[in-house]
Design a protein around this ligand. Structure first.
Ligand code: GRF
Length: 201
């Protein structure tokens, strides 16, 4: 059974969707560790409720980002993590962590990449006036919301949408495709060549 390490900074609803998928037998995985950079992240409460080991790593305690990420990588490796899942981790991951888990770190972004990278992606989509929005699961490289795309799901944008209503619609998709992408990884169905992910046996 594969061991997952989840990194989260806040609410943790994607973390919860992964917990739920495991609990109902849809994902053959174990969450070995939750790492957060925010002492008051609600994700910690979710970990407690489900008896998932969790650790808070205080970014303020580090002289450099590289050492911060080296420590996170050490923690994940210590827990035997094989796939790192970023679930609302509000930081750009740096080289020491990426090098420790090459093509073994996934992220979910609430937009159809490569559109609307960075913060407030749903607001960016509304402000641009797109008719279709969505979310993307991708492998993490050193860029911001770049890296090979694994799965995407589109949702409609309605004329009376607010940032909240669109975000809620996208979040439903997120909770569907993140566990699915992890399942594909576990089953060995993801082949990465350059920036392209092929899905197959
Ligand atoms: C999600 O919208 C995700 O796409 C983005 O951050 C948000 C995290 O939400 N990366 P949650 O903490 O998983 O509820």
């Amino acid at each position: 059974m594969i061991k997952l390490g989840v990194l989260a900074s806040g609410r943790g609803s994607n973390f919860q969707s992964i917990i739920d998928s495991i609990d109902r037998g849809a994902l053959d995985a174990e969450i070995a560790c939750l790492v957060t950079d925010n002492r008051s992240a609600y994700a910690i409460e979710r970990a407690r409720l489900h008896k998932i080991p969790h650790v808070y790593i205080n970014p303020a305690g580090y002289a450099s980002r590289d050492i911060f990420y080296r420590d996170i990588a050490d923690e994940l490796q210590f827990c035997g993590v094989e796939l790192v899942v970023l679930a609302g981790f509000m930081r750009v991951v740096k080289k020491p962590l990426i090098d420790a888990f090459p093509m073994r770190i996934m992220n979910i972004h609430p937009a159809l990449l490569p559109s609307f990278k960075g913060l407030n992606a749903q607001k960016q989509a509304l402000d641009y006036g797109v008719r279709i929005a969505g979310c993307t699961v991708h492998f993490v490289d050193e860029g911001v919301d770049s890296g090979p795309i694994i799965l995407q799901e589109a949702v409609p944008v309605f004329s009376d949408d607010t940032e909240e209503s669109l975000s809620a619609r996208i979040l439903e998709s997120e909770h569907r495709i993140y566990p699915l992408a992890i399942k594909l990884f576990i089953e060995g169905k993801l082949r990465v060549t350059g920036n392209i992910v092929k899905i197959g046996d």
